[in-house]
Every structure is written in structure tokens, then in C-alpha cells.
Write a protein that binds this ligand. Structure first.
Ligand code: FAD
Length: 408
């Protein structure tokens, strides 16, 4: 009924086993706000870092849907672990696999398969939803690009090795458009111009550092420029296609959080008694639980549809992994992120005061779920994208764009 193959059921069962370990450390990771390195080692051993990397590059060549199945199971237990699996299978790694030179692909594959969760650096203090208003500049000097600017809310800042940095490419004084530039931290010859300036304290997902990164004369050789087809002028659009995979991954972590919280709510409703009977027997709670289950299934269906749109794994299709369809990815992320905020809150409500206590995981689910309607395209901005596509027309957001449209 779920349309999954026996191999996918087996993969999901393996992820479920590892999720038990993830669950046992989730509260401590949240409390200490430390990146869960021991779990990263377990994820690496299990082959869940770099699942979508083709066999030719040393990976297992799984599909986006395979990665989604693993991410949901991990996120049910530990959302930070789910996010690590997202970034080790989608986003920056997807962009490098799709557009990178063979040497770039090899570098990225080796790092991720060894346990790195790459960072993707787009957002700036004055360029959030309006990402194309970024001011970080990469100026070409012969075979070297020199990058200056500030990025913030960079997931993994301080622990990630591979960085995909978006910047305006300036050649001969001319702005050619937005390009992707690769830099590696944490090895020999750490790039001195890539400075993790500060960690940003966050509401949830506290084991995952969010950082402000200062780029101060960061030197990137031309061989580390990620050039999608069409060059810099089409660069941003192409690089953002890779982000559709990341959006499906983020939607899946939201789904996992909702499903995990729902599981705890169902269990508690069956064993907690008031007025001499299990609270599950009260229709007020039964309907709440029913609605939660319906919304979780709806989100899962949209996410799987979006993941399937990326095609088979590289070794099924004999090509590099594709990206999920833009419309399907946006629809899935809007539904899943808002559903997770509601469902985790309702699950806490089922637990009453016990849900509000930090002794239990319910309040962590609520905090962890909040970010998915913000990061990687807010729910409002993604609704704009959905509207553009279903209406089949551009919906400019700047005053200038609206004026231009009116003049056509
Ligand atoms: P703003 O753009 O300032 O938006 C503020 C409000 O205005 C929002 O409600 C928004 O929906 C609304 N709004 C803005 N424009 C429109 C519009 N045209 N129509 C309707 N409403 C609109 N960035 C990275 O580059 N790399 C990362 O790894 C990364 N990780 C993140 C992790 C977390 C936990 C968070 C919270 C953010 C992360 N981000 C990352 C940044 C994230 O992508 C941005 O926060 C997001 O794009 C929104 O930008 P903003 O926060 O500046 O909000």
C-alpha cells in the first residue's frame, strides 16, 4: 500500500534500529547543545552519510526516497540526527554531484562518506528571503577568487568541513551573477579567510550549531568554483534547484518530529487514566489523535511524491541523482512544516503538565519543530513559489519588478 520495495522496507528497518540509539542521546544533545559526534560515527558506519552518492564515487547510490525513509526514522527519535542525514544526502552535496567537476565530486564524496555534513552559505543579515540581494562578493584575480562578506544562520558553522558559499562573481569589474564557491575547513591548511565569528543561540535543534560566518579575503582557486550549466548568469537558479532536495529533506525532518511526538501521545493516551478511565477514551482527545494521524499521512504522501520526482538512485538510473520537482518540493515543505508545528503542540497537550516538563521529550519536539516553516524558504515565500507555478506567471516581489510587469 505504501508503494515501497522490500529493499526499502529493510532499509527503513535498519534506520529504525539506529534511531533507538539516537533516541537515547537526544535529550543530552539538546541539554549540552553539543554536536552529536558519536551518533555521526554511527550514521557513517551505517552508510547513512552520503547515501545518494553513486557507486562510482564510493557511495551506495541510493535514491532521494531511500534517504527520506532513513531521515524520517532518525528524526522521530532525534531531529538533530535527522538534519545531519539531510545535509549529508541533499543540499550542498546534491549541487556538487550535479554540477561539480570530477575532482570536486570526488572531494565532496570523500568528505561526506567520512562523516562530514557540508554547510551551505546563502543567507546574509540583509538578504534573507530576498537571497539574490546578497552582497558577498567573489572578485577574480587571475586563477583565484577573493571572497568578502558576512553569512548568518549557517547550519553546521564550526563543525562542517565542506562549505558551499554563494557569492556575486565579479570579473574585470563586472558582476556576472551569483556563483557557488567551495572551501574546506578543518583539514591541513585551514583557509584563514573563513572565520566562524559566533554561534547563534537557537530555540530548538540545539545540538546543531547555527553560526555567523565572516568571509575576510577568503581565497578560492578557480578549480573550486561550482559552475552550473549556463554559467554565473543562470547560476543562482540552477544552484537553488539543488535546494529542492534539501527542502524535501527538511520537510521529512518535520514529518519525523510530528510522527515521533504523535507516537508518544498515542502511547500516553492509552496509559494515563483520569476519571477512572484512559484519557484516550475521551472523544476530545480521540478526535485530536485522529486529526494528527490524518495530517501526518497527508504530509508523508506529499513528501514521498516529491522525493519520487527526483527519480531513481544514481545506480538505478545510471546517472547522477536528479532534483525533486520544484512545485512538489515546495508543497511538501509548506504542508509538513506547518503540520509539525500543530501536531507537536497537540501531542504536548495530550501529555498535560508532564508534556510541559523538561523531564519528558514533548517540549523538545515543540521547540525542534518550529524552525521548518522558516529555514530553507519560509512558508510564505514557498507559497509564493507554489502560486507562481499553479498560475503559470511570474509574481515579482520587488516594487521595481511589479512596475516592470505593469509596463509590459
Ligand atoms: P525575512 O526574509 O526577513 O522574512 C521575515 C518575514 O517576512 C517572514 O515571515 C517571511 O515569510 C516574510 N516575507 C519575506 N518576504 C516575503 C514575501 N515576498 N512574501 C511574503 N512574506 C515574505 N541559511 C543558509 O544560507 N544556510 C543555512 O544553513 C541556513 N540554516 C538555517 C537554520 C535555521 C535554524 C534557521 C532559522 C535559518 C537558517 N537559514 C540558513 C536562513 C534561512 O534560510 C532564512 O532564515 C530564511 O530564508 C528567511 O530569511 P529571514 O530569516 O531573513 O527572514
Amino acid at each position: 500500500m505504501d508503494g515501497l520495495t522490500p529493499a526499502q522496507h529493510a532499509l527503513r528497518a535498519r534506520a529504525r534500529d539506529l534511531a533507538r540509539e539516537a533516541a537515547s542521546q537526544a535529550a543530552e544533545t539538546d541539554r549540552t547543545e553539543q554536536y552529536p559526534w558519536p551518533m555521526v560515527r554511527r550514521l557513517t558506519e551505517a552508510g547513512f552519510m552520503g547515501m545518494t552518492i553513486p557507486r562510482a564515487l564510493g557511495g551506495p547510490g541510493h535514491s532521494t526516497l531511500d534517504a527520506v525513509l532513513v531521515i524520517e526514522e532518525l528524526a522521530k527519535a532525534c531531529a538533530v540526527c535527522g538534519r545531519i542525514a539531510v545535509e549529508a544526502n541533499m543540499g550542498a552535496i546534491g549541487a556538487v554531484l550535479a554540477y561539480g567537476t570530477p575532482a570536486q565530486q570526488r572531494l565532496a564524496a570523500d568528505l561526506v562518506l567520512a562523516g562530514d555534513k557540508p554547510a551551505i552559505c546563502i543567507t546574509e543579515p540583509e538578504a534573507g528571503s530576498a537571497a539574490t540581494e546578497m552582497t558577498t562578493r567573489a572578485v577574480r584575480h587571475g586563477d583565484t577568487w577573493v571572497i568578502d562578506g558576512v553569512k548568518h544562520w549557517i547550519t553546521g558553522g564550526g563543525i562542517s568541513r565542506l562549505h558551499l558559499i554563494f557569492a556575486r562573481a565579479i570579473e574585470n569589474g563586472v558582476d556576472r551573477g551569483i556563483g557557488g564557491f567551495l572551501a574546506v575547513r578543518g583539514g591541513e591548511g585551514d583557509p584563514p579567510g573563513l572565520v566562524v565569528h559566533r554561534r547563534i543561540p537557537s530555540m530548538g535543534l540545539r545540538g546543531m550549531p547555527e553560526a555567523e560566518i565572516h568571509l575576510r579575503g577568503l581565497e578560492v582557486p578557480d578549480s573550486m568554483v561550482l559552475r552550473p550549466p549556463g554559467g554565473f548568469s543562470r547560476g543562482f537558479g540552477r544552484l537553488m534547484e539543488a535546494y529542492n532536495g534539501q527542502r524535501v529533506g527538511a520537510a521529512t525532518v518535520a514529518l519525523g518530529l510530528a510522527a515521533g511526538a504523535f507516537g508518544h501521545a498515542l502511547d500516553y493516551a492509552g496509559r494515563r487514566e483520569q476519571f477512572g478511565r484512559p484519557i484516550a477514551e475521551f472523544q476530545g482527545l480521540g478526535w485530536m489523535l485522529a486529526d494528527m494521524s490524518i495530517r501526518i499521512e497527508a504530509a508523508r504522501a506529499l513528501i514521498h511524491r516529491a522525493a519520487r520526482s527526483a527519480g531513481l538512485g544514481p545506480d538505478g538510473a545510471a546517472t547522477m541523482p536528479g532534483f525533486p520537482d520544484r512545485l512538489a518540493a515546495a508543497q511538501a515543505k509548506v504542508l509538513a512544516s506547518e503540520m509539525a508545528i500543530d501536531v507537536t503542540n497537540q501531542a504536548l497537550q495530550v501529555w498535560g503538565a508532564a508534556g510541559y516538563s523538561r523531564d519528558n521529550p514533548m517540549e523538545r519536539y515543540v521547540r525542534d519543530a518550529r524552525m521548518f516553516a522558516i529555514a530553507g524558504g519560509t512558508a510564505q515565500v514557498l507559497r509564493n513559489q507554489v502560486a507562481e507555478q499553479i498560475l503559470g506567471r511570474k509574481l515579482p516581489q520587488t516594487r521595481e519588478g511589479i512596475r516592470r510587469l505593469a509596463a509590459e
